[in-house]
Design a protein around this ligand. Structure first.
Ligand code: ATP
Ligand code: MG
Length: 647
């Protein structure tokens, strides 16, 4: 059966586009072009209508204030509270017993967290934060593993107008220190320890060595997750469960101005030092609830939705926490890694919770491909009706595998292009309307205006820009308005430069080609990293690939391909030649890699994205740039020695 499927993947690779299946389309929230037309006819009216699906304590009368671009303000005379919108209004509507999260722990523990239960916990912790001296506008750091308390902490901040700054639990203490220092955090919420693949590590004790350097920090709240012993500093450290028990159970949500900051979050650092991105309340919540509802065709009474991202990334903020909760969704929240206790755990959980909607990243799909179609085949995945992808361009081969092996050819795939900066999905299909093409995020959503502007060299590709402000856009880089303007608006205050290169086809579909800085130029021809990598991945022996350019006297730049083979495949000179020919046959001779480097692993950010700038440093034998956001810095040393061997 699995060989049938593998053959089916190969066959479908030739299919250029997939229309929404008829029965999906029939039941979809949106199944015609009317929303696109409505938004095009009256963009601001359209956004106002989306914003009004939220609960406003004081309705707004102004939609957009664009008098000081690129500093835009949305709905700015309105007042609302994000935690009220995520919790109270659902409980008031009689949905207190609905499950918000099926939490599943690494060792198989389960907790069903209802909307009513979450509201009670959030109120207590919000009061506890107040008791600790946190006031509206104060920054609270959150450094926690994937446990329900991370959601409680975020919403408790939102409830009292405090600004959260979540740091991904996999970062080192120094990264926490830097982010707390820069944002002037007053309180940090963390845990005694964390579990990762069966091992327990200490968290709070590791932080103690660096937190003394954060002058603004007054209190540290410790969530008991692993039961590890912790050295508590009596003047500074308190237990989460103790302060919650001591707190008043009732804490009404405080309505804040629409433009009140909701959170600061650092980008993943694929292209350099991470940027501290600031999002505000009304516009952000409008953007995430609208996109979560329509891109995932949400039917909250019947769907079980699972976004595998960690809450420490923007995908977790927008599509694990705020979007799903604002829409009254039932989600799965999984503590663990995709390969623990076994490599089929995701599919086991899909079966167990009857997941309908599954949202993950290309890097994870490629890993699952490498592990083989047998693992998902052991589980009943028939509950799935919609799949999503985010984080990088998805190789058509991985897309097709996802479609066949996971989606059983029934489920539309929404490939969603967006960024920490955009807050919410910008380019993606509405799954009941838009035909999908493997590798393309398709069209800008209703209300979003994308375009291409010429880069330094003219050809059919260009720089991806957003040409009108949108509600969930970042408002600035925290404490650095100048860098905000310089980084994103160098082509004028209305033209948001995403930093990605893209192409648009005859149907108006966008194809992200890679980061602007990563595009390769061979003999005057611009080649996309995504395209060359997809050609490599389409080879049966290849699991994953990353390409970069190194200088070449003859051609200006030459392509170096770092290639990870599938289990069982062995590196050889013949395979090297075969791969180079394979790329040349698919794209053209110019794209033929000058060199193939066998890689056991590729350098990735902790969110799983390939970091090409570091591969360029390796390929050119240069000193390495910023490596602080890498998941495993040792990868680079191993690659260097592999490069030396292939010379
Ligand atoms: P940094 O900005 O710190 O270098 P980063 O850009 O990786 O890090 P994110 O905001 O997490 O941080 O990622 C956004 C980027 O991810 C986009 O600019 C794009 O390059 C890539 N991306 C996200 N989704 C997609 C997608 N569906 N298709 C193609 N690329 C995507
Ligand atoms: Mg970025």
């Amino acid at each position: 059966m699995t060989t049938d499927r593998t053959r089916r993947v190969e066959d479908l690779l030739a299919v250029p586009s997939f229309a929404p299946p008829a029965d999906f389309r029939e039941k979809a929230l949106v199944n015609d072009e009317s929303l696109y037309q409505q938004a095009a006819a009256d963009r601001l009216g359209f956004w106002a209508e989306q914003a009004r699906t939220l609960h406003w304590d004081q309705p707004f009368t102004r939609v957009l204030d664009d008098s000081n671009p690129p500093f835009y303000r949305w709905f700015d005379d309105g007042r609302l509270n994000a935690s009220y919108n995520c919790l109270d209004r659902h409980v008031a509507a009689g949905l207190g017993d609905r499950v918000a999260y099926y939490w599943h722990g690494e060792e198989g523990e389960e907790r069903a967290v209802t909307y009513g239960g979450l509201l009670a916990d959030v109120q207590r912790f919000a009061n506890a934060l107040k008791d600790l001296g946190v006031r509206k506008g104060d920054v609270v750091g959150i450094y926690l593993p994937m446990v329900p308390e991370v959601v409680v902490a975020m919403l408790a901040c939102a409830r009292i107008g405090a600004v959260h700054n979540v740091v991904f639990g996999g970062y080192a203490p120094e990264a926490v220190r830097d982010r707390m220092q820069v944002s002037g955090a007053k309180v940090l919420v963390t845990s005694d320890g964390a579990r990762r693949k069966g091992r327990v590590s200490t968290v709070k004790d590791n932080l103690d060595g660096v937190l003394g350097e954060v002058e603004s920090l007054e209190k540290v709240v410790v969530v008991r997750v692993t039961g590890s012993t912790v050295a508590m500093r009596p003047d500074r450290d308190v237990w989460f469960h103790e302060v919650c028990a001591a707190a008043d159970p009732v804490c009404p949500a405080e309505p804040v101005e629409a433009e009140h900051p909701l959170f600061i979050l650092y980008s993943s650092g694929s292209t350099g030092k991470p940027k501290g991105i600031l999002h505000t309340t009304g516009g952000y919540l409008t953007g995430v609830s609208y996109t979560h509802r329509l891109v995932f065709d949400l039917h909250p009474e019947t769907d079980v939705y699972w976004c595998t991202a960690d809450v420490g990334w923007i995908t977790g903020h927008s599509y694990v926490v705020y979007g799903p909760l604002a829409n009254g969704t039932t989600s799965v929240l999984f503590e663990g890694a995709p390969d623990y206790p076994h490599k089929g755990i995701w599919w086991e959980l899909v079966e167990r919770y009857r997941v309908t909607t599954f949202y993950t990243a290309p890097t994870a799909i490629r890993a699952c491909m490498r592990w083989g179609a047998e693992l998902p085949a052991r589980h009943d995945l028939s509950s799935l009706r919609l799949l999503g992808s985010v984080g990088e361009p998805i190789n058509p081969k991985a897309w097709t595998w996802y479609h066949v092996v996971i989606g059983g050819e029934r489920c539309p795939i929404v490939d969603t292009w967006w960024q920490t900066e955009t807050g919410a999905i910008m380019i993606a299909p509405l799954p009941g309307v838009v035909s999908t093409k493997p590798g393309s995020a398709t069209r800008p959503l209703p209300g979003i205006s994308a375009d291409l502007v010429p880069g330094d060299e003219g050809d059919d590709s260009g720089l991806l820009v957003l040409t009108e402000p949108w509600p969930s856009m970042l408002r600035t880089l925290y404490g650095d308005d100048d860098r905000y303007v310089r980084t994103y608006f160098s082509r004028g205050a209305r033209t948001y430069l995403a930093g990605d290169a893209a192409r648009r086809d005859e149907d108006g579909y966008y194809w992200v080609l890679g980061r602007v800085d990563d595009v390769i130029n061979v003999s005057g021809h611009r080649l996309s990293t995504a395209e060359v990598e997809s050609a490599l991945v389409s080879h049966p022996e290849v699991a994953e690939a990353a390409v970069v350019a190194r200088p070449d006297e003859l051609t200006g730049q030459a392509i170096v391909a770092f290639v990870t083979l599938r289990g069982g495949a062995e590196p050889s000179d013949e395979l090297q030649t075969d791969l180079r020919d394979h790329v040349a046959a698919r794209i053209g001779k110019l794209a033929r890699p000058a060199q193939v480097v066998w890689a056991d692993e590729l350098p990735k950010t902790r969110s799983g994205k390939i970091v090409r700038r570091l591969l360029r440093d390796v390929a050119e034998g240069r000193e390495l740039g910023d490596v602080t956001t890498l998941g495993d810095a040792g990868v680079l040393d191993r690659l260097r020695s592999q490069l030396a061997n292939t010379g």
